[in-house]
Design a protein around this ligand. Sequence first.
Ligand code: GAR
Length: 217
Amino acid sequence: MKRRTAILISGRGSNMAALIDAAKAADFPAEIVAVISNRADAPGLERAAGSGVPTIVIESKPFGKDRAGFEAMLQRALEEKNIELICLGGFMRLFTAEFVQRWYGKMLNIHPSLLPSFPGLDPHGQALAAGVKISGATVHFVIPETDAGPIVMQGAVQVADDDTAETLSQRILGIEHRIYPEALRLLAGGKIRLEGDLSRISDVADRNGTLISPAAS
Ligand code: GAR
């Protein structure tokens, strides 16, 4: 049985689209049964509907600081759809510890840096300011702390001296679209074990990949 999965978005939804595409494969262990946005104007909503995935809007703005009130509505929508797993795809709203606890081990997020480096806002700008030569993206389980939690999968790219936040974010986005579906495949396929604060994966195919940056000319 495919695991019933919801994607939560606030904006463009390119990771959402990558997940929806991947989940079309017959052997993919998750099915995307709902896209939920906390903003009615999220461009990703139209994209989801175009792919035939039901969309739900629960505006968070009217709730202001009442996070629990918003989450009660969200939880109801998730229960109505019998959701088992959640993927956050650019979902720009913080959760209460209670909501996170309820979904612990079942809710993934993606962040465009090699966590624990550069959590929070403007990770690409942070990476450029730090002068790192390699950056990337991380899929992790959600915990109450923002952009933290057991790391499921990471992908890396080289950072060039002439990169801007824009060029770096484009390159990292390409990696995000590859690793998020793979991470969901692992989770839905029961291949991830949580050991304390760490996520462990069975079936690692290849451990010899290296990335050196800058590459010697
Ligand atoms: C993605 O780059 C994602 O990694 C980032 O928001 C973007 C959403 O794009 N998430 C965070 O920064 C979480 N802290 P998308 O709507 O096209 O998937």
